[in-house]
Ligand binder design. Sequence first.
Ligand SMILES: Cc1cc2nc3c(=O)[nH]c(=O)nc-3n(C[C@H](O)[C@H](O)[C@H](O)COP(=O)(O)O)c2cc1C
Length: 213
Amino acid sequence: MSKKVIILNGSPRKNWNTYKMCESFANGVKESGNEAEIINLYDIDFKGCRSCFACKLKDGKNIGRCAYPDGLTPILDKIAQSDGVVFGTPIYYGDITGVMKSCVERLLFPFFEYKEGFPSIAPKKLKTAIIYTMNVDEKTCQDLYSATLNRFEWFVELVFSKPEKIFAYDTCQFTNYDKYVCECFDKVHKQKRKEEQFPIELEKAFNLGKSFV
Ligand SMILES: Cc1cc2nc3c(=O)[nH]c(=O)nc-3n(C[C@H](O)[C@H](O)[C@H](O)COP(=O)(O)O)c2cc1C
């Protein structure tokens, strides 16, 4: 029976770096005979966790489930019923985007108990992957962002499974660098990255998608 993968795009831009990586991943999943759905989080009307703790109420009807009803509710349900979830996010201020963070608060928090070791009560140990795209190069990412990103990855593993990771570093941010005030990034270098390196990252996303579930 075919499996279903939900791919969350945490970038506001459709058809840019993060979306394209998500799309390539989705194509890989489909190539393997499974289903993939990309959800653009910026299209959804929702906010982060309200700290209502209904998901932790003793004998409560919302144990293990985010009780706050809004646009994210059907997506959380879809993820809970899926076989794998992919978090695609640009790096904003050295972290996942605010919208992705809000989604993750609502998705993960109900699924771990306030008990020794924070045991997971997720209905399934979903397969997980994270797609990061960013302006900086690999070394800068390692030096500056790895502690923050490791913390996010730790929570994903706590609830579901150890995430596979793919990175697109040193991405191109604009179609035409001449139109923007942008003196510290070299447009020739960025164009070269876009033409030579980004297709390689897309292929990595495709291959991971193909072997994911
Ligand atoms: C508000 C904002 C903050 C950003 N902060 C960072 C950052 O801290 N580090 C970095 O490497 N790139 C940063 N970037 C660049 C994006 O992460 C990068 O261009 C990414 O590939 C964009 O993804 P997209 O093309 O899907 O929108 C930032 C971009 C924006 C708009």
